[in-house]
Design a protein around this ligand. Structure first.
Ligand code: PMP
Length: 394
């Protein structure tokens, strides 16, 4: 049986991590893998997470099973954080999942149950796992124009035109904020235009929210999807707690399914629970309980928000600093996009050869498609990164 399998292409980012580790140069710079880093290059456990874990250790009396859909208190806390009061709680079915990846996977599984002929519209480009999951589930994939490489920003007209081709049984994947890999986000006006197209076509929005708090702030980053939730009859949100709580390995995630009415929400909840049961039975609990501890305690919540704000402003500062340094050295404004974009990632427009020059000649690692993780920058390494980009011909 096993010999019938076909080999799978290795994950490019994991391959890059291995190459980085094997590189003996002491001054190598990792701008590849998508994790937040502080000024010392570490991915720290957040203060509020440590405190909530301590409280949990003191108070937890059992590791018995919880519920197939996850801990209700966690789901209620996530609903509040993401949707606030955009829709009545009775219209929302929520389940816990292993990370945002689990949320995307189960959400698309739900779509397939409802309509196996659904076409899934994906931004070009998108997080590569979107296409991988859609393909694995055997759903049809349609790319919509999203990024204008010449403008280094959103191809708004292309996006709206392509989304106009979706129909009532189709799904449109949107990044809630901090678009991965481009860093080009929708403005409030763009979200309103997308809402109008979705209203007109009847396609279902699946919003992937993996970076709430990394773009413009916890509330601002949810405004677009809240507008959709308020205007559209139905919507799915795939939530990740990996980045904004720094809980990467704990696998914290959730699906919020907004239904037209309470009865349909109950129907969706039953189907989502059933998918959880068949896939892994119970979603992971430890990280979810830590998140609940933070969100439901005023002091911990305030401290978490303060630390998250500091992470976001650090990334904004690094973006501005790299853009400034590049302007000074090159005498050109062509790198201003770096400061304007949101979140951890930007596409620097490097060809695979230019990526190789940056890596081999300068020890600066970005992903092969030219995606840079700005959280890997520091005031100390920015001049070298800037020189490496210019030496590669950018
Ligand atoms: N969606 C997007 C757009 C992402 O960038 C990521 C993380 N790389 C995820 C979902 C999933 O993250 P996780 O499964 O680690 O929560």
């Amino acid at each position: 049986m096993l010999s019938r399998l076909s080999p799978q292409a290795p994950d490019k980012i994991i391959g890059l991590m291995q190459a980085f580790r094997a590189d003996p140069r002491p001054d190598k710079i990792d701008l590849g893998v998508g994790v937040y880093r502080d000024a010392a290059g570490a991915t720290p456990v957040m203060r509020a997470v440590k405190a909530a874990e301590e409280q949990l250790w003191q108070s937890q009396q059992t590791k018995g099973y919880v519920a197939i859909e996850g801990d209700p208190e966690f789901l209620e806390a996530v609903r509040g954080l993401v949707l606030a009061d955009a829709v009545a709680a009775e219209r929302v079915a929520a389940i816990g999942t292993p990370g945002g990846t689990g949320a995307v996977r189960i959400a698309l599984d739900l779509v397939r149950l409802a309509n196996p002929a659904a076409r899934v519209f994906l931004p070009d480009p998108s997080w590569p796992n979107h296409a991988a999951i859609v393909g694995h589930l055997g759903l049809e994939q349609v790319e919509y124009r999203y990024y204008d490489a010449a403008l280094r920003g959103l191809d708004r007209d292309g996006m709206l035109a392509d989304l106009g081709g979706a129909g009532p049984g189709d799904v449109v994947i949107l990044h809630g904020c901090c678009h991965n890999p481009t860093g080009a986000d929708l403005t409030a006006a763009d979200w309103a235009d997308v809402a109008a197209v979705l209203e007109r076509t009847g396609a279902l929005a699946l919003v992937d929210l993996a970076y709430q708090g990394f773009g413009a702030g916890v509330e601002a980053d949810a405004e677009g999807l809240r507008m959709l939730a308020a205007r559209l009859p139905e919507m799915l949100v795939a939530v990740s707690g990996s980045k904004n709580f720094g809980l990467y390995r704990e696998r914290v995630g959730a699906i919020l399914a907004v239904a037209g009415d309470a009865a349909t929400a109950t129907l969706a909840r039953g189907n989502l629970s059933n998918l959880n049961r068949q896939t892994y039975a119970f979603p992971p609990d430890h990280g979810a309980r830590v998140v609940t501890g933070i969100l439901t305690d005023a002091e911990l919540r305030a401290d978490w928000l303060a630390e998250l704000d500091a992470m976001r402003t650090r990334m904004e500062g690094l973006r501005a600093s790299l853009a400034d340094t590049l302007r000074e050295i090159s005498g050109s404004d062509r790198f201003a996009y770096l400061a304007a974009q949101k979140g951890m990632f930007s596409l620097i427009g490097a060809t695979p050869d230019q990526v190789a020059v940056m890596r081999d000649a300068h020890g600066v690692y970005v992903i092969g498609d030219g995606r840079m993780n700005v959280a890997g920058l520091s005031e100390a390494n920015i001049p070298r990164v800037a020189r490496a980009m210019l030496a590669a011909g950018l």
